[in-house]
Design a protein around this ligand. Structure first.
Ligand SMILES: Nc1ncnc2c1ncn2[C@@H]1O[C@H](COP(=O)(O)OP(=O)(O)O)[C@@H](O)[C@H]1O
Ligand SMILES: [Mg+2]
Length: 280
């Protein structure tokens, strides 16, 4: 479990800065638990603190106040940091910032060597990871030859090879075109059927996270609320306040409801289409 307790975080914190009323924390009194196997979405405007919290979760940054612990390991405990960093992996927006190898195989092998994966098992693990994400490229393919979508799948393969228990995707699809984005999300769900991990998904596209277990809404460094997608989708005002736009079919469902047509709250795109076809 991830346990975030009353965590406040300032970049470049110093005592003087904190006392300066003009200096705002990136995160303010955040308390949150994330359970093993959960699929949660961090949602909110740019600058609301989602990425900062991600960095705290894998110990790249440490809380200024409060604690973050991963399976009982507190991130401020130096001795525990390697364990935390291994357990919690992040895929960022721009895959190129994360790619270190010249070839696909090297890129995945690099991380494995780094964590001391047995040398004789690396080749197998690289092949396993490529296969897991359905990357249609052999190991010798230069990374520079991959499309944007393929690069992002490679980034996913490289972190999954490390067997993380928590995977954070921080706007990992934002550089992809809609087709590549849908493919990436489909791949991710396929992977989750084969190998279970906690997924923390950060996005501006609500339609990518309608099947999450929980949405966590951020505003100005605070967690405003958390709840199931079905519940939070009903609160259009709150979503708007957090800079979020409902998937078009949810907006349509809302309009139909307003005009007196009975549309269930937790309807998905497919069900809405069926309902419309039946009623026409
Ligand atoms: N490296 C940094 N140094 C200083 N301030 C930062 C840095 N990264 C983010 N911030 C600030 O921290 C706050 C939260 O940002 P961030 O966590 O990146 O939000 P989000 O990921 O939700 O867009 C914002 O006010 C942002 O300007
Ligand atoms: Mg961010």
């Amino acid at each position: 479990m991830i346990d975030i307790r009353n965590t406040t975080f300032y970049y470049n914190a110093s005592q003087d800065d904190e006392e300066d009323a003009g200096h705002k924390p990136a995160l303010s009194h955040v308390s949150l638990n994330i359970s093993p196997g959960e699929f949660v979405a961090f949602l909110g405007r740019n600058g609301s603190g989602k990425s900062s919290l991600s960095r705290l979760l894998n110990g790249i940054e440490l809380p200024t106040e409060g604690t973050v612990s991963v399976e009982g390991h507190v991130t401020s405990d130096k001795a525990a940091l390697p364990t935390v960093r291994r357990a919690v992996q992040i895929v960022f927006q721009n895959p190129e910032n994360q790619q270190v190898g010249i070839t696909v195989g090297e890129d995945i092998a690099f991380g494995l060597s780094n964590i001391g994966w047995p040398q004789r098992d690396i080749a197998n693990r690289v092949a396993w990871a490529i296969n897991l994400v359905g990357l249609d490229a052999d190991e010798d393919r230069p990374v520079t030859n991959l499309s944007g979508g393929e690069k992002q799948k490679l980034a996913l393969a490289a972190v999954l090879a490390l067997a993380p228990r928590y995977l954070i995707l921080d706007e990992a699809t934002s550089m992809l075109d809609p087709v590549a984005r849908r493919q990436f999300v489909a791949t991710l769900h396929e992977v989750r059927k084969q190998y279970s991990f906690t997924l923390i998904y950060i996005t501006h596209h609500l339609e990518e996270v309608t099947d999450a277990d929980r949405w966590i809404l951020f505003q100005s460094g605070r967690v405003v609320t958390s709840g199931t997608p079905a519940d939070l989708m009903e609160d259009v005002r709150l979503l708007q306040d957090c800079g979020l736009e409902l998937p078009y079919y949810q907006t349509l469902a809302g309009l139909l409801r307003e005009s007196g047509i009975a549309v269930p709250a937790a309807i998905n795109e497919h069900e809405l289409r069926e309902l419309l076809c039946k009623s026409s």
